[in-house]
Design a protein around this ligand. Structure first.
Ligand code: XMP
Length: 556
């Protein structure tokens, strides 16, 4: 393993098992834009609540909370015009928090349509200050910054935003500015010790709250957001997997018409759910290409083929290119060179197979909403750009494929729910992330068939024990690594000289940070004794107790 890898620069940001091709191409950044992304959106929206993103670290969380209340929600930029969002059928708007101060020049403000259209508005923290400022009130720096827990006291009769809550309850604050004068028609509906106007509202359901209902430190926050979207905006509980599937199928049909679609299956949940949805929409017009790169785990290629070809009757081209990949890596030692080689090899094989299919019009990808949000840069048209590593720029330009991305408005947990609703096996839906270059970056140093087989056998045992002990879903990832260290052991009366296998198990939210899992000692003991007994070329097992940072999840 080279010591000077900087993960943030050299690796994909998420570690998901990847939207289609990106999972395989790893870090190969291809020129973007050869294949076309088409708007409009995939969901024939019934109704929605929009979050205007003023740049808070919690904006995305607000969108998730609203969706958890079964109301569709998108993050939009503060520069978005009404014409860009009207197709989402907004029933209300939430103004997020943000780092700016409204009295600074250039501070972001809500577009005028937010107030002109008479929609209910909920301003959160900076969002509250923005609406107060825009509607004629006054905001000033507060002498005392309020950060952390506070007790909110309702004033007077219950406001519908606080329906079902006690007269006072704990909230989470994080602000330096405060309201000193409310716009005309507004009245304070709650205060805290440091904020005389901690919540304000007018008769037309324009509401500001100084605290953050979206974070867990505001225990009743979910109820407050539910009150807003259900009671105040009047949204029904329409956002659920079966409605999504119905809408997505309609949208895919209208986009694809009688065109032909190809989709690269990686074995991960995103490409599987995307393929499944597209298959439901256009059946045999979809062909999936599954490239076995030789770096998958034991029985994995067979399971993928079984799921799609046998159980779901999807057209699959199964390419066993393992020899090509393993040969291409025979002299490669540097982890980043391995990734690059696997990526280039994948594109070569995929191009070759796609060309054999004749005329193809669409390329399916399992791009998710966080990728879409992250690729937005200020001033961009909403949902206009995807990071270049999510583009399949490696495909020949003359293919001119239009992208079909049915998951591009879903969060990961929503993809899983849709997968289950579509009937995909739990095993596939809850699969732990697996890197595109697969076992190639878990065999330290040069990759050989023998080492891959040894690692596969050891990895199988890790997985078997983790699953048998009910730990699989609690762990972000759990796997074996074949180190390039040899060690002495004793087997019966003989001296053995074999590989050292490292076991890695981590807990994590999004792979940006991770902690080594405190696995029960008896589980570790069983994993170790099974590996040294059942895998002849391994003489020793060690457990990796490095967290990230400073370590990375993968060893290479
Ligand atoms: P690290 O090792 O950087 O990994 O902590 C974070 C997450 O990313 C995954 N990973 C990859 N995924 N191609 C991928 O598709 C890659 O080259 C790659 N490298 C790391 C890793 O499994 C973890 O989930």
């Amino acid at each position: 393993m080279s010591a000077n890898i900087t993960p943030s620069q050299s690796r994909p940001p998420h570690g998901e098992d990847g939207p289609g091709l990106s999972a395989h191409v790893g870090t190969v950044e291809e020129p973007a834009g050869q294949n076309r992304r088409s708007e409009p959106h995939y969901h024939t929206q019934r109704e929605s609540v929009l979050v205007i993103d003023f740049g808070s670290q919690y904006s995305r969380l607000i969108a998730r909370r609203v969706r958890e209340a079964n109301v569709y929600c998108e993050l939009i930029e503060h520069t978005a015009e009404w014409d860009e969002v009207r197709h989402l059928n907004p029933k209300g708007v939430i103004l997020s928090g943000g780092p700016a101060s409204v009295y600074e020049t250039g501070a972001p403000l809500a577009p005028s349509w937010v107030f002109d259209r008479d929609l209910p508005v909920l301003g959160i923290c900076y969002g509250m200050q923005a609406l107060v400022h825009q509607l004629g009130g006054q905001v000033e720096p507060s002498g005392k910054r309020e950060f952390g827990h506070a007790i909110l006291q309702q004033r007077g009769s219950d406001h519908p935003i606080f329906e079902g809550l006690s007269q006072s309850f704990p909230v989470w604050m994080s602000h330096g500015d405060r309201i000193v004068e409310q716009p005309s028609g507004f009245a304070a509906v709650a205060h805290t010790e440091n904020s005389p106007i901690a919540a304000t509202s007018n008769e037309r359901n324009v509401i500001g709250i100084q605290f953050h209902p979206e974070v867990v430190h505001t225990p009743d926050g979910t109820r407050i957001l539910e009150n807003f979207v259900h009671s105040i905006c009047g949204c029904g509980r329409n956002w659920n997997p079966s409605n999504f599937i119905e809408d997505a199928v309609d949208d895919i049909r209208s986009q694809v018409g009688d065109g032909k679609v190809i989709c690269a299956l990686s074995g991960g949940v995103d490409s599987a759910v995307a393929a499944c949805l597209i298959h439901r929409a256009v059946g045999d017009q979809l062909t999936c290409i599954f490239v076995n790169n030789g770096f998958m785990r034991l029985e994995e290629p067979e399971r993928i083929i079984d799921t799609f070809r046998r159980n779901m009757n999807v057209n699959i081209v199964h390419v066993d290119a393992s020899d090509e990949f393993v040969d291409a890596l025979s002299e490669v030692i540097d982890p980043e060179d391995k990734r690059r080689t696997v990526g280039e090899q994948f594109i070569k094989v995929f191009d070759r197979e796609a060309a054999r299919l004749g005329q193809v019009d669409f390329l399916a990808q399992g791009t998710l909403y966080p990728d879409v949000i992250e690729s937005q840069t200020p001033g961009d048209n909403v949902s206009a750009k995807i990071k270049s590593h999510h583009n399949v720029g490696g495909l020949p330009e003359e293919m001119k494929l239009e992208l079909v991305e049915p998951l591009r408005y879903l969060f990961k947990d929503e993809v899983r729910m849709v997968g289950l609703e579509l009937g995909l096996a739990e095993e596939m839906v809850y699969r732990q992330p697996f890197p595109g270059p697969g076992l190639a970056i878990r065999v330290m140093g040069a990759v050989t068939r023998e080492k891959l087989d040894t690692l596969r056998a050891a990895d199988w045992i890790v997985m078997d024990e983790i699953k048998a002990n009910g730990l699989y879903r609690d762990l972000w990832q759990s796997f074996a690594v074949l180190t390039d260290t040899m060690s002495v052991g004793v087997v019966g009366d003989f001296r053995a000289y074999g590989y050292v296998v490292a076991v890695r198990a981590v807990t994590s939210e999004e792979a940006m940070t991770a902690d080594w899992a405190r696995l029960p000692h008896d589980v570790l003991g069983r994993i170790s004794s099974r590996i040294v007994n059942e895998v002849p070329s391994v003489s020793r097992v060690v457990y990796d107790i490095t967290s990230k940072p400073p370590g990375t999840i993968e060893w290479e």
